[in-house]
Design a protein around this ligand. Sequence first.
Ligand SMILES: Cc1cc2nc3c(=O)[nH]c(=O)nc-3n(C[C@H](O)[C@H](O)[C@H](O)COP(=O)(O)OP(=O)(O)OC[C@H]3O[C@@H](n4cnc5c(N)ncnc54)[C@H](O)[C@@H]3O)c2cc1C
Length: 437
Amino acid sequence: MKRRYPSWGRYPRAEQEVVRVGWRTDSFPQYALDGKTALPRGNGRSYGDSCLNDGGLLIDARGLDRFIAFDPATGILRCEAGVLLVDILALTVPRGWFIAATPGTQLVTVGGAIANDVHGKAHHRDGTFGRHVRRFELLRSGGTRRVCSPTENSDWYRATIGGLGLTGLILWAELALKPIANPYIAMESIRCESLDAFFAVSAESDQDYEYTVAWIDCTARGPSLGRGLFARGNHAPEGTTNTPRPPGRGFTFPVELPVSLVNGLTLRAFNRLYYNRQREARTQSIVHYQPFFYPLDALLEWNRIYGPRGFFQYQCVLPGADGRTAVREILERIAASGEGSFLAVIKVFGNLESPGLLSFPRAGVTLAVDFPNRGKPTLALMEGLDEVVRAAGGRLYPAKDARMRGEDFRRAYPAWEQLEALRDPAISSSFWRRVTR
Ligand SMILES: Cc1cc2nc3c(=O)[nH]c(=O)nc-3n(C[C@H](O)[C@H](O)[C@H](O)COP(=O)(O)OP(=O)(O)OC[C@H]3O[C@@H](n4cnc5c(N)ncnc54)[C@H](O)[C@@H]3O)c2cc1C
């Protein structure tokens, strides 16, 4: 069956056949290959081409959507790989458990979260998603089924976490959740007037706050470069009062616009308004976990505002002390270019090791910026940012990428050859072909 299965950034476009798996004892859909390669597919929340397989087959795994077991005494959950994080939280939050490392959207599958070894606001405390995966079952195209954990088939475990779907189809996984007293977060929002202020607040927050992240105005320049709002929080303790009502259902952005709404004018206006929405130096509040972790999920299909040409997300991590200078240089280049982003997010990652061979996070500062696709100028800007990342010994996040050079990928992820050796011969992706050839 041919259907459009775009990635979140809607760039690049791909032509691919789709086959569905609906049960964890199904066999690998070998019959559909017909000389082509296949790629497992979750909920398509990766921005670039790591969830695309142009000219090949996608194995839509969202039909693997059942819970298998949950122990409310220990917080151990076993579920199929197509279960969405939003459904896990609906089951476990009322029973006092939360996902230990959650990305900025709850609309991703467990299989997708493992394959990109996703990270979130708690990286400095809890590391990546993969650290909380106790075991999973992997189905290979030859029909082999392997249960993988840190101690069983550990090579496959390490290759599959952050393995971009290339080692086989994950059928189910067992996750360790973390205890909470209620669905609320006690949060503080701090106005930071510069990049230095951001780094100071970040350093002071790591010890006492489970969650830290900042939104920054990437159109600001000069002494205001890197100004933004720093959010930090902890799960609210038992007995918290004056709690807010849970948010209602989100809205869906109704149509794909013929042209992008995002341009220099709207970007500057939005960024200024957003920064100035908080006049006080700091505010404290009790909020429901949904707006705290997943503010963008309130507007479903918001990627449509970028119009038919789609958009890019550029996310890098810059290690060590030089990372700060490099991030400043990147922000200067973005502000000078006039290209820019509604959503520029910055965080300092901690030094907890990721279990995956190709996991993206490492100790350092990470910056994620969206750019509307304006063709050549946007690509030229990102090529320039690559120079800075390269010189700082940093790397880009494959889950967000649609255009990095193969040599940059191979330099920054030297374990790629180990993954290649364990890759299922029937599995490939547009991303993998682009960066390994
Ligand atoms: C608004 C928004 C915010 C985000 N915030 C963050 C963030 O804070 N941190 C972060 O790390 N990421 C973030 N992301 C990216 C997102 O978390 C990842 O791209 C995630 O992997 C997407 O999961 P998915 O289920 O949509 O999988 P897809 O995008 O469909 O696929 C992702 C990868 O998983 C593989 N895969 C999927 N299912 C299986 C399976 N059953 N077996 C084997 N492989 C499989 C695919 O082959 C592909 O390589 C964000 C994305 C959006 C849209």
